[in-house]
Design a protein. Sequence first.
Lengths: 195, 258
Amino acid sequence: MLARPTDAQLWQWLGEVPDPEIPIISIVDLGIVRAVRWEEDTLIVTVTPTYSGCPATRVINDDIVAHLAGRGIEGVRMERQLSPAWTTAWLSDEGREKLRDYGIAPPVEDGQGCAVGKAAASVAPVRMMRAGALSPATPVVPDGVFVPPVAPPSVSCPRCGTGDAERISQFGSTPCKASYRCRGCLEPFDYFKCI
Amino acid sequence: MADASATDGALFEYLLRLGDNCLILGHRTSEWCGKGPALEEDIALANTALDLIGQTQLWLALAGEVEGQGRSADDLAYRRDLMDFRNVLLVEQPNGDFGQTLMRQFLFDAWHLPTLQALAASSDFRLAEIAEKAVKEVTYHLDRSTDLVIRLGDGTTESRARMQAAVDTLWPLTDELREGDDIERTLAAEGVAAAPEAVARNWEAHVVGALRQATLSRPEDGHGRFKGCGKQGRHSEHLGFILAEMQFLPRTYPDASW
């Protein structure tokens, strides 16, 4: 029997699996592969969905199984993990650069513009509460107030690099993106939403 | 300690409400696909529907697990009859014009977000992890629907009239969003469900604040006609048409796959 590949080797192989909708980045760049572990001769790969209705989820699972089979690992079981919920903070720096080169503006995680994403991220991760790190009583949202719509984040055009772009829709070609248009070069582009 | 089977029965009902709200609103919203007033809005409507259908799969899969009869999310979505659906009446209402679709989404989102925020701290981990995921998506839904209600309400004479007509039409159907029943109160007391009073307080504050900014009048309360109707399986005539379209294929060709 062949020696079992190291974890580093497994992560490198997983890093060769492209995201089906944005093939310029890998599923590891995207931050959705959460863990790999062995149970006897079966490799368990834990993946978290980006959006709960993302149609790519099933394709990603099939792609992982097929790619690892091509590397000689036959027994692979996919597991889904919902909590902690995926956040764009897990996108790798390399992934962000690749997105920009591909024409998609990467998520803007700092500044007021990401307030929607920040509000969403402020919900305490369930796993942290379970581990006792956070109290479920921690107030995470203001009670009984009107929350006005948030100004769209200021996004730089990935084509011409100017910082002057307007949001034309809060959604884009996939659930993870919003639509913007550059006021400089007038090109429309996708912005990878911060969540 | 409460009787475990009684608690599971209540939890099953509660999960059906959460799942059916997402399923029926997701289906209704998807009816706009290819017909939106502008390409960007068409895409936004379809994406919102997709989020809701994704959440449906999570809630109904858990409902099937809690019920323990081996029913999958698909079984629950496609092989239940009208009176077994537990969605609120609001979400099964016809799309009407774009203004009515948006107002329906806004009135629902304003209930959905505080419900999910409370559920993310549920004592039942299975509910909490789904809510933690869904809350991110629904934060965007509410931000968008609030923004558009304000812009169209405080817009042209035409858009303002349409938004006021929409809120007047839909307002009586919000009673059951704001009023809890024994199932919700019992599960909330156990820390499992969202406390209906707290959700109603948040709903009221957000909705009234947005309507004010939109220069729309808040309709009068006190109709009292639709309390707990949909949640208890008493639906409007519209749901049957939705189910006929949605369930036709899996009922005619059971276990079809492609």
